[in-house]
Design a protein around this ligand. Structure first.
Ligand SMILES: C[S@@+](CC[C@H](N)C(=O)[O-])C[C@H]1O[C@@H](n2cnc3c(N)ncnc32)[C@H](O)[C@@H]1O
Length: 215
């Protein structure tokens, strides 16, 4: 077991396989073991980053605040809200946001926001400033721009945990070229601490851990 897992994330055995798990109601048909449910890294970029032992800086616990951008129906953000404190989940598509509301019903620390992550002013009145982590998985063109626009919410010691999908930027370009451009754009506001291809779990995705540049 990695010592770097956040509190509230454990390794449990499901159907003979060692898996990451959090404690909470099941959301997407994942296997359970008493109170614990498996976290599927092939369905979650953050799950993949933890499986790959990237140093996310996530600690877990009620005090940890998270802004999650691109929550969809809540597959990953449900696990985050199971181990962290207040978790603000931004999703702009109405259909997944409806499912997200259902996911949040049993999770008092999960706050769904039907909003566009490119327009942080529309949720700035709800999200506390100085969150400990921004988790971003928006799979849309302009992924670096979204991270830059939301930096305002992140504590100076906080972490950006970003999954970049190359094909969302440009299906015709070599993913490595796309990742280089995204990294260069991010560096206006962030220092990249770690970057790894998530290939084992997600094709043409880069996982990035970054911290804000000093203001
Ligand atoms: C790959 S899916 C997210 C999966 C999710 N993170 C998970 O692991 O459970 C990307 C999501 O980002 C949402 N999205 C894309 N652009 C967005 C934007 N500008 N603001 C908010 N959500 C956005 C899409 O509607 C979609 O639900």
């Amino acid at each position: 077991m990695s010592d770097d897992l956040p509190a509230g994330v454990e390794r449990h055995t499901f159907e003979g396989t060692d898996r990451l798990a959090t404690r909470g109601d099941p959301v997407y048909g994942e296997p359970t073991d008493g109170d614990w449910r498996a976290w599927n890294p092939t369905r979650s970029k953050l799950g993949a980053m933890l499986e790959l032992e990237m140093e996310t800086g996530l600690e877990g616990g009620d005090e940890e605040t998270v802004l999650y951008l691109g929550a969809a129906s809540g597959t990953t953000v449900s696990h985050v809200a199971d181990f962290a404190g207040p978790t603000y989940a931004v999703e702009f598509a109405a259909r997944p946001a409806r499912d997200l509301l259902e996911t949040a019903a049993s999770r008092p620390r999960l706050f769904p926001l039907l909003a566009d992550a490119r327009k942080p002013a529309t949720y700035a009145h709800v999200v506390e400033s100085n969150v400990d982590a921004i988790v971003q998985d928006v799979a849309t063109r302009g992924q670096a721009r979204v991270a830059l626009e939301n930096r305002r919410f992140l504590d100076d010691d906080g972490r950006l945990l970003l999954a970049v999908k190359a094909r969302s930027e440009d299906v015709t370009r070599d993913p490595e070229d796309v990742f280089a451009d995204v990294r260069a754009e991010l560096e206006a506001e962030y220092e990249i601490l770690e970057a790894r291809r998530l290939e084992q779990y997600h094709a043409d995705h880069l996982g990035i851990v970054a911290r804000p540049q000093p203001r």
